[in-house]
Design a protein around this ligand. Structure first.
Ligand code: ATP
Ligand code: MG
Length: 357
């Protein structure tokens, strides 16, 4: 088989019309698809330009063929040709020079015709659009994931700092207990109190990592676990009234505030309840105040006390509370309650709720 015969066979297998022709538009070869489409219009020697629906279309075809004769890569062109059934169809043509002109021989061109109404192109276009939409969707998802990872990194760093600070605070707290135990008549009781404080810190930590807001904990969900834990550790029934505004307790404030609540509630049970077992006379509230402040209030109906006198004792509880109040940039005050007894109030800064994620 000669090279030309081999090439002709390849052209026969193409599903679209393929022609070999001269730059004068005279047909040299037409494959099966071309003959089926154009019939006698593409017989050897026929003028392809004669299939144009009018003189202008024929001129455009000749002009384009001349351009193709200078190009070895397929040049696209828009053609209109009349088929064997008399219908004029718009084609996308791809023409390139096959055999360049030399001496007496004219250049031979290879021309492939693709039906412009062929729905492979719109289909491809649609697929391309879908792919572009998918790529932008994935890009957006990737950007969101990268931002989330950056956020996580920042939060993780904050968490490490907070844990370090809290451990330092616990070390200070245990030092206080150690000094108190040296003078105490019942060192075991001091140790038991220290372990209750550690348990209170554990309760707050659990609340922070179980919560779905990574930046803090809502006041409503803050009081119950801390107060419940204190009362359970003291072995007294839960008769305490709890009231909370929807104020956000930041991660940084949660541990010191939990410890303050622990100390004040233990004091209210130990020193403020008439029989030392019922806790019905205790009221705790956590409220939002104007100007991004909040207030923790622990009241009981006991005998009352003054802060000055109380901190002059060798006890550690209220000294710890004063230290924690400073850490919160807050202010502690002690006074009588609405109907006597004791009302201990801690006012501290509580920035407005951070936006929910
Ligand atoms: N709610 C209260 N009602 C009456 N007196 C109180 C109340 N809270 C504290 N006090 C008095 O203040 C004192 C000091 O309290 P503080 O919490 O510092 O020590 P503590 O409770 O005696 O011992 P701990 O070191 O275990 O806390 C108490 O001994 C008590 O006399
Ligand atoms: Mg105490």
């Amino acid at each position: 088989m000669t090279l030309a015969e081999g090439a002709a066979q390849v052209l026969q297998t193409l599903p679209e019309p393929a022609l070999v022709l001269g730059t004068d538009a005279r047909i040299g070869f037409a494959n099966r698809a071309a003959r089926a489409r154009f019939g006698a219009g593409v017989e050897t020697g026929a003028d392809l330009a004669a299939l144009g629906p009018d003189e202008q279309a024929a001129d455009r075809l000749r002009l384009w063929l001349r351009r193709c004769s200078g190009s070895r890569t397929a040049l696209p062109g828009a053609l209109q040709l009349r088929g064997a059934d008399g219908r004029v169809t718009r084609f996308r043509g791809f023409g390139a020079v096959m055999t360049p002109a030399g001496g007496e021989t004219r250049a031979r061109l290879l021309l492939r015709l693709v039906d412009r109404e062929d729905d492979r192109f719109p289909l491809l276009g649609r697929k391309l659009d879908e792919l572009n939409v998918e790529i932008s969707r994935r890009r957006r998802a990737q950007l969101a994931l990268e931002a989330a990872v950056r956020d996580r990194d920042v939060l993780l760093n904050e968490l490490h700092h907070r844990v370090k600070n809290n451990i330092q605070m616990l070390v200070g707290m245990l030092g206080m207990s150690r000094r108190a135990a040296a003078w105490a008549t019942d060192p075991q009781a001091v140790l038991a109190e220290a372990s209750r404080r550690l348990a209170a810190v554990g309760t707050v930590h659990q609340m922070l990592y179980l919560g779905d807001n990574l930046r803090g904990v809502p006041g409503e969900t803050f009081l119950q676990p801390v107060a419940g834990g204190v009362l359970a550790s003291l072995g007294v029934p839960h008769g305490v009234s709890l009231l909370a505004d929807p104020v956000e307790i930041s991660n940084d404030a949660a541990v010191p505030l939990g410890l303050v609540l622990h100390e004040l509630l233990v004091n209210a049970v130990k020193h403020g309840c008439p029989d030392g077992t019922s806790t019905d006379c205790i009221r705790i509230s956590l409220r939002r105040l104007p100007e991004e402040m909040a207030e923790l209030r622990v009241e009981d109906d006991g005998p009352g006390f003054t802060l000055d006198a109380a901190t002059r004792t060798g006890a550690t509880g209220l000294k710890l509370v004063l230290g924690l109040a400073r850490q919160l940039n807050g202010e502690l005050s002690v006074g009588p309650g609405a109907v006597g007894g004791t009302c201990v109030v801690l006012r501290f800064p509580a920035p407005a709720d951070p936006p929910k994620e």
